[in-house]
Design a binder for this molecule. Sequence first.
Ligand SMILES: NC(=O)c1ccc[n+]([C@@H]2O[C@H](COP(=O)([O-])OP(=O)(O)OC[C@H]3O[C@@H](n4cnc5c(N)ncnc54)[C@H](O)[C@@H]3O)[C@@H](O)[C@H]2O)c1
Length: 469
Amino acid sequence: MNKLLLHRHVACAGFGSTIKNMITAPEGRLAGLKQKIESREARIGIVGMGYVGLPLALLYSSQRFQVTGFDIEPRKVATLNSGGSYIVRILPSEIQEAQKAGFRATSDYAEIEQMDAVIICVPTPLNEYHEPDLSYITETVKSIAPHLRKDHLIVLESTTYPGTTEEVVVPLLEAGNKHGLKVAHAPGEAGVYVAFSPEREDPGNETVARHDIPKVMGGCNAESTELAATLYGSIFHRVVPVSSPAVAEMTKLLENIYRCVNIALVNELKQLCMKMGIDINEVIDAAKTKPFGFQAFYPGPGLGGHCIPIDPFYLSWKAQQFDFRTRFIELAGEINTAMPHFVLEQLTSGLNEQRKALKGSKVLVLGVAYKRDIDDLRESPSLTIIELLREKGAVVAYNDPYFPTVGRGRHYDLNMTNTPLDNLGQYDAAVIVTDHSDYDYKAIVEQSQLVVDTRNATKGINSPKIVRC
Ligand SMILES: NC(=O)c1ccc[n+]([C@@H]2O[C@H](COP(=O)([O-])OP(=O)(O)OC[C@H]3O[C@@H](n4cnc5c(N)ncnc54)[C@H](O)[C@@H]3O)[C@@H](O)[C@H]2O)c1
């Protein structure tokens, strides 16, 4: 029997602890790399200095590893090397602290040769046909391949469909390296060690420290899994080895699909509850008192962020290869993407009650970030709502303490500037799309003519001016 299977789901407790007894004690070179990691002599390269890669780099630096961050954006490399930060929740002082431990950034892939372990955290969006766009991964892997060394450990963290590591990453690594190196596949085989370990970052979540989020990993062979477990076990409190990269890839997708489907469920039930005169939020609060079998999800204006609106469709796409339809994913996608339209309907009928048309009305959108208290607007429902409002002839402004301007992205071109909250009475309606904690909701309701609340942010405030949806 495969030794790794015997030890599947091993939870290795102890911060910085050695991952012991997972599989047979490794020999020679494998033991050398393990020892280098455990003694903090291993050099770690992290590719993609974004929302996932940069915090990870800081976490390794804080545990005395020498970290090099790779990014193709010269602006990010220059900012980091000058001790600055471009992510609001990461302070420049944290970058400077990491620099003292040897952290620096570069765009030069030749430096990969000096690394012992390389972790890839590049974007995995959908293309215009709603299909996986793996170009960031393939470009990264092609850039790494010429600089591979025997015994390199390469870990992919970008969320993707099951099979990516073994079907896409491994062949590119093997084809692109100049020494004819092979990826270790068979048990006990040496070569380049490759694994997948999904990122489980929850931006803005202050309740769980990153090193307390268990880290799942699956390697191309047992030794690769063990090395990856050693690498992550040095900074995460708990590692969860699984039997293959595909299992680890699917684990991440299951987690995100679970959220996507449950959010769609409450979004649909919210619409029914509104017709029945029942407050869905009160229902959820009551249901979540059940100590088993129920987890609370909350309705909202639609999905946002780089994960939940995108990742499930990576699996739908892959499923087609197996002549299989992922109906839950499709239905959830249908319901969730319709939510911005539902918000517009509610706003239109709220204005109608006040004998106003949406066309020509002045509308203030509160919050463009995709969720509370973060500076990330990727796939944010606010962007869709602003575009829909403009299409209908409304005069739109926005306020968001995290975004002085909103320019152009992959799917939008808004060219807007943040509006101060000093004269709310001038707007025909304020639409709360993101419930930032900095907002004074009582004052917003008092000063506005009409408030459309998509997040239950005005809970406890009684006013006929509020439309809750
Ligand atoms: N943001 C999250 O909350 C989150 C959570 C879990 C998983 N993920 C996953 O992690 C991955 C990364 O997401 P992110 O939010 O950090 O993305 P991001 O856009 O914030 O960062 C990606 C970085 O990669 C860089 N990059 C792109 N191509 C590159 C290349 N060829 N070489 C070097 N650098 C390159 C970009 O310049 C950017 O700085 C995605 O697959 C995402 O689905 C994200």
